[in-house]
Design a protein around this ligand. Structure first.
Ligand SMILES: [Zn+2]
Length: 400
């Protein structure tokens, strides 16, 4: 229940103990709010006096507020504590065509969401984002902003915090963190979108006791965030989970990474649109040059046979990659994120059949569609900011 990362707290100083106790109390308030100080002591096993000191500090730091009074059969009514909903986070999810910007409170409840076009040039894209953020930052009087979380379709260098590998965005090495921190005065946390989604699942606790799972984001490309024993796996270079660029067909189409036949060039939204465009060209059917993936889903839904076949082809390729992940990591669950989950009844049987064939032991892998794809990605950005305070089971970047 306590998603606590002890990995970065190696020395048992009194400061360390204070830090751990603060995280425990903060997480208990989050899980059980509104809650009394007496119940916090009971659930945590900490002394009442320690709980009082920590809660006073949390109230002073504006993480926690006093709410209504609780009921007791007799005696003084306790004041209940809850997270300060006025503390807010700016979350950004950058995708090749569009960037989602949102404002969330510390409970992950959104008060604002907007889409803006993503410029092809990174400097221009950052300028556009800042232009949109400035008026939002002026609403600070509604409550303080804790920081900015940014999910990206690429990989972040663990040391420099620069975006270093983004084949679908096609940006060169880009330092978003320094520029946006300088212009907004807020701390920026960056992460690969699939890792951020995995983190958001740990944060939300929706997967319950599942501690080994892989979050798979299927959009313009395919990203995977690996969680093993409740911790995000980054690998030595921060590049762990690049299954999207594993060549399933070395003679296949050229991928944005420079290789041929990568999983994502065969199984992403872009792949399905390409399958559709190729098949309509063959039968001289009118071309939908500006067709987007949601349009393809709608065509299939309306009974367009070629649109349905394009999605089926995507499903077959998606399933092949999932088998590879199951073979490599034997997770308990695969969490599937993306607009394709809106057509889950079409995808599920194809994915299940293929994945079951890879389940060599007795425990089947659960396929869980995260149907609210866009929000899942934004929630990932929220988790990036909050994990610093709440201590999720998450390996923090080396530079932090
Ligand atoms: Zn590739």
């Amino acid at each position: 229940m306590l998603r606590l990362d002890l990995g970065d707290l190696p020395v048992a100083s009194s400061e360390t103990a204070r830090h751990i106790n603060r995280r425990i109390v903060l997480n208990l308030i989050r899980d059980k709010q509104p809650i009394s100080r007496a119940d916090l002591a009971r659930f945590s096993g900490l002394q009442r006096s320690t709980v009082s000191l920590i809660t006073e500090e949390l109230i002073h730091d504006r993480w926690v507020v006093e709410g209504t009074t609780g009921r007791l059969p007799r005696g003084r009514r306790p004041t209940l504590l809850l997270l300060n909903q006025r503390r807010r986070i700016i979350c950004i999810d950058i995708r090749p065509l569009r960037t989602a910007i949102g404002i969330s409170d510390v409970n992950g409840v959104f008060s604002f969401q907007e889409l803006i076009p993503t410029a092809a040039d990174p400097h221009r894209a950052i300028r556009n984002m800042l232009q949109r953020l400035r008026p939002l930052l002026k609403t600070r009087s509604d409550g303080p902003f804790e920081g900015i979380g940014i999910s990206l379709p690429g990989r972040i260098d663990l040391t420099t915090q620069e975006l270093v590998f983004a084949p679908n965005l096609k940006w060169p090495i880009t330092d978003l963190k320094t520029v946006i921190e300088r212009e907004t005065g807020l701390e920026v946390a960056l992460e690969n979108a699939a890792n951020a989604c995995a983190l958001a699942e740990l944060w939300s606790g929706r997967l319950g006791a599942i501690r080994d799972f892989v979050a798979i984001t299927v959009s313009e490309g395919i990203g995977t965030g690996i969680v093993s024993d409740g911790r995000l796996v980054r690998g030595s270079s921060g590049m762990a989970g690049e299954f999207g660029h594993f060549p399933l067909d070395p003679s296949g189409p050229l991928c944005g990474c420079g290789n041929r036949g990568c999983w994502e060039i065969l199984a992403s939204e872009t792949a399905a649109l390409r399958y559709y465009s190729e098949s309509t060209a063959r039968v001289n059917k009118s071309r939908h040059s500006n067709l987007e993936f949601q349009g393809l889903l709608a065509l299939a839904e309306k009974g367009d046979v070629l649109a349905g076949k394009a999605l089926d082809k995507m499903a077959v390729q998606l399933a092949r990659g999932l088998r590879m992940i199951v073979a490599a990591l034997a997770p308990e669950a695969l969490l599937l994120i993306g607009e394709f989950t809106a057509a889950w009844s079409r995808f599920e049987p194809r994915l299940k059949t293929e994945v079951r064939q890879q389940t060599l032991g007795s425990v089947p892998v659960s396929l869980i569609p995260a149907r609210d794809g866009a929000i899942v990605r934004l929630r990932g950005s929220v988790a990036l900011v909050l994990q610093k305070h709440f201590g999720l089971s998450f390996a923090a970047p080396a530079s932090k």
